[in-house]
Design a protein around this ligand. Sequence first.
Ligand code: ZN
Length: 160
Amino acid sequence: MSGGFCNFVAKLILKHSKTMHSDPKQCLYCTNNETLHDLMIEFAQLRVSRAFLFKEQTYRGRCLVAYKDHVNDLNELSDEDRNAFMADVAQVTRAMQKAFNPVKINYGAYSDKLSHLHFHLAPKYEGGPDYGGTFQMNPGKVYLTDAEYQEMIEKIKENL
Ligand SMILES: [Zn+2]
């Protein structure tokens, strides 16, 4: 193959791989749009990420940690940034553990269609919803008052 053709193919592949990732202009974390505020409440900025309380509270104390930048995957970070991100995640789950005393906290990083690294942190309780199984992304059942959300946030922040 000629160099020109190879370059053409390389450009096509690059273009395609870019379209596989979501646009930061459409991203709820990058734009802080209404969808973000409907889903969660930001309560802290950590080393390289932002911590949120998830409004749907089927899993009591559920939180989310999102990386500061529009990065698709953990494996794209430098060692330093990845270690800082995981330190942030563990700092939040340690605070959740102290605040709510779940049996276990489940970690979920999915987002096939949203290329902004984030971890769902879902506490599980013996006999509670989906204990022993996978947590649901959004059961859409349990919502609290603003005062109750603030009370939970204070409890987490005391232990952060
Ligand atoms: Zn983003």
